[in-house]
Design a protein around this ligand. Structure first.
Ligand code: MG
Ligand code: ZN
Length: 386
C-alpha cells in the first residue's frame, strides 16, 4: 500500500503535466492490463462495409490461405445493433462509430432524435489534426457521410454533399460527383465551391488518380465517378494508390497528426447480390489496402490502425464440399444480419480494442487513444477506478 500511493501521485502528476495527446493512455479502461500505453499521433479507421467473419474467411480461403489481416494480434468483437432495429444498416452503424451514439437505421451523424452529433473526424479537425475520407462508393453514401455530414435520412445525397463541401476535410476521395455539380434540389455548384475553399478538385474525367499531380499546400478532393464507382473486377483501381498517398499527404497537412477513414464499400454490395465472387474480390482488394496501411504504420510507429466492418451482409456460410480456393457458399438473406463483427487493431493504443463491446465504444476508444477526453476526469477515473 505504501508503494501504491506514491505511484498514484506520479500518475496524477504525469496526467496533469502532459500536454493533451502526448502522454500516456491511462489504463483504467483496460481492466485486464496494468500497463499504460503510448498515445498515437494518427488514427486510421478502415471499415469493410458488410465485412463479417465469413466474408473474411471466404477471402482468406480464396487467396491461398493468406491475408494481411493475419498480421493483427489484437482482435475484438463489436455489437452492431441499431437503436430501432437489431439488424443495423450502414448509416446507424457508421454513426455509432463516428459519433458514439446508438441511433436509427438511416441516420447520418445524428442521434435518435435527429440532433447532429459531433463526429470523430470533426473533433480531430477541431484539435488541428488533418482529416481524410476515402471510399469505393460515392462520398455521399452512408458510411463516409456519417463522418462528414449530419442529415436525418441517408438518401438525402445532395444535402449530404453540401455538408461534405463545408466539412473542411483535407482529403476526399470517392464517387458521386453529380451530387456536387449536377444537382436537382438547387443550382449550387459545390465542385466550384470546393475550388474556392482551397481544394484542388479533380475527377476521373480529367485525370487518372494514379498519375494525377497534386500539392500538399492545398486540400484535395477527387471524384472517382459521377455516380457509384464500378466494382474492382470491372477495373476500379484507385483504392490502392489512394491509401498509398493519403497518410503522407495528411502528415504534410498538419504536424499534430491525422484521422483517416478508409472504406471498402462494395463488399456489402456483393453480399446484397448474394455474389460470392464479387464480395471476395472486394474483400481481397480491401485486404491489400490494409497491407499498404500496415506497411505505413510499421514504419511510422505513431499510427493506430483499426480495421472492422459495420455489419455482416448476406448471412454468408461456407459449406461442406468447399476446398481451398474452391468454396461452396450459400446465403440466407439479401440484407444484413446481426452477427458480431471483428475489430482488428495495430499500433499505439491497439490494446484498447480487445474484448467484446458496443459499436459506439469504437468512437470512445478512438477518443481515448487520441486523448481527446478531459485530462483531469481521466486521471480521476484512473484513481477512482480502484
Ligand atoms: Mg458503406
Ligand atoms: Zn448493405
Amino acid at each position: 500500500m505504501s508503494k501504491l500511493i506514491p505511484a498514484l501521485f506520479i500518475l496524477v502528476f504525469l496526467g496533469a503535466c502532459n500536454q493533451p495527446r502526448q502522454g500516456t493512455v491511462i489504463a483504467h479502461a483496460l481492466p485486464h492490463l496494468d500497463t499504460s500505453v503510448k498515445a498515437p499521433k494518427n488514427v486510421i479507421l478502415m471499415i469493410g462495409d458488410g465485412m463479417g467473419l465469413t466474408q473474411i474467411t471466404a477471402a482468406l480461403y480464396s487467396n491461398n490461405n493468406k491475408l494481411f489481416l493475419e498480421e493483427f494480434f489484437i482482435i475484438g468483437l463489436q455489437k452492431t445493433y441499431a437503436s430501432d432495429n437489431l439488424i443495423t444498416d450502414s448509416a446507424a452503424s457508421a454513426s455509432a462509430m463516428a459519433c458514439g451514439v446508438k441511433t436509427y437505421n438511416g441516420a447520418i451523424g445524428v442521434n435518435r432524435d435527429t440532433m447532429p452529433v459531433q463526429t470523430i473526424l470533426e473533433e480531430a479537425r477541431s484539435n488541428d489534426l488533418a482529416t481524410g475520407v476515402i471510399t469505393t462508393s460515392t462520398i455521399v453514401h452512408a458510411t463516409p457521410a456519417c463522418f462528414l455530414a449530419h442529415q436525418p435520412e441517408r438518401k438525402m445525397y445532395e444535402e449530404i454533399a453540401e455538408d461534405i463541401a463545408r466539412s473542411g476535410a483535407d482529403l476526399l476521395i470517392g464517387g458521386g460527383k453529380k451530387y456536387f455539380d449536377q444537382r436537382t434540389i438547387d443550382d449550387l455548384n459545390l465542385y466550384e465551391q470546393l475550388v474556392d475553399k482551397n481544394y484542388q478538385v479533380s475527377d476521373y474525367f480529367q485525370s487518372d488518380f494514379k498519375t494525377m499531380e497534386y500539392t500538399t499546400s492545398k486540400k484535395l478532393a477527387y471524384f472517382t465517378s459521377n455516380y457509384d464507382p464500378i466494382p474492382f473486377a470491372q477495373g476500379r483501381d484507385y483504392l490502392i494508390p489512394a491509401v498509398q498517398m493519403a497518410p503522407e499527404f495528411l502528415e504534410a497537412r498538419s504536424n499534430k497528426g491525422f484521422f483517416l477513414m478508409i472504406e471498402g464499400a462494395q463488399i456489402d454490395w456483393g453480399g446484397h447480390a448474394n455474389d460470392l465472387d464479387y464480395l471476395v474480390q472486394e474483400t481481397l482488394e480491401f485486404d491489400r489496402a490494409i497491407g499498404e496501411i500496415l506497411k505505413y504504420a510499421k514504419e511510422n510507429g505513431e499510427t493506430l490502425v483499426i480495421v472492422t466492418g459495420d455489419h455482416e451482409t448476406g448471412g454468408l456460410s461456407i459449406n461442406l464440399g468447399s476446398r481451398m480456393n474452391e468454396l461452396k457458399a450459400s446465403f440466407t438473406t439479401e440484407y444484413h444480419t446481426g452477427a458480431l463483427i471483428p475489430v482488428y487493431a495495430f499500433g499505439p493504443g491497439a490494446e484498447l480494442f480487445g474484448g467484446i463491446y458496443e459499436n459506439t465504444d469504437i468512437h470512445k476508444k478512438i477518443r481515448q487513444a487520441f486523448q481527446f477526453e478531459n485530462q483531469s476526469s481521466k486521471v480521476m477515473g484512473a484513481v477512482g477506478g480502484r
